[in-house]
Design a protein around this ligand. Structure first.
Ligand SMILES: [Cu+2]
Length: 206
């Protein structure tokens, strides 16, 4: 009975948790798609890039919007970029200050800017990688293929609404000035992990 209950919870965890990348449209649905995808799998949940006839979204030259569907109580969010038609290496970070997102719901970031020294042209193809990290410490991955376009605009108004989620930016700090902040953050993370039963780490919060 105990084993059966554990397996049921394990299946529920696989089926119900993790996150959706709604904009730019992800390469393919990695939640309940029937494919053999796993969001635990680096770099893009097992979804190949540049799928023929697949999603590819126009994105502004200086950076665009990102919408996530978050299913966990809290998560850290990182967004990376790789250039090319079929990207497997995401070597530009778009979140020098990664996000600590609290709550389940929709998170819309109106403009995620490119690094100042990264110049792209109209028609440059690329991919966005979104990584979320929760209590378990393991990363979850989703990717979206994009084309940088001079006439593409960030989402505005009702197209970019955040519901149920609050965020705080976690700033990178210089060595020697950050000991207090890091010690404080670790104690918060540690107490929230200790406070959760192991089976609740991922997936039972939907
Ligand atoms: Cu999950």
């Amino acid at each position: 009975m105990a084993v059966g209950a554990f397996l049921l919870l394990a299946v529920a965890q696989l089926a119900t948790a993790h996150f959706g990348l709604e904009y730019p449209a992800w390469r393919d649905a990695t939640l309940g798609s029937g494919h053999n995808y796993s969001q635990w799998a680096y770099p893009c949940a097992g979804v190949p890039g540049n799928i023929p006839g697949g999603n590819r979204t126009d994105w502004p030259l200086t950076g665009g919007s990102v919408i996530l569907d978050l299913h966990h109580d809290w998560t850290y969010v990182f967004i990376n970029l790789g250039l090319g038609a079929n990207v497997t290496v995401f070597n530009y970070t778009l979140t020098p200050e990664f996000l600590n997102a609290t709550g389940e719901g929709k998170l819309c970031l109106p403009t995620v800017p490119l690094p100042a020294d990264l110049k792209v042209e109209d028609g440059t193809q690329a991919s966005i990688q979104v990584i979320t990290v929760g209590d378990s410490g393991a990363g979850l991955y989703n990717c979206a293929d994009i084309t940088f376009k001079a006439d593409a605009k960030p989402l505005q108004g009702d197209a970019c609404r955040t519901v149920g989620v609050t965020t705080a930016a976690i700033k990178e700090q210089k060595a020697g000035t950050s000991a207090g902040a890091i010690a404080g953050m670790n104690s918060v993370v540690l107490s929230s992990v200790v406070g959760l039963a192991l089976l609740f780490v991922c997936g039972m919060s939907l």
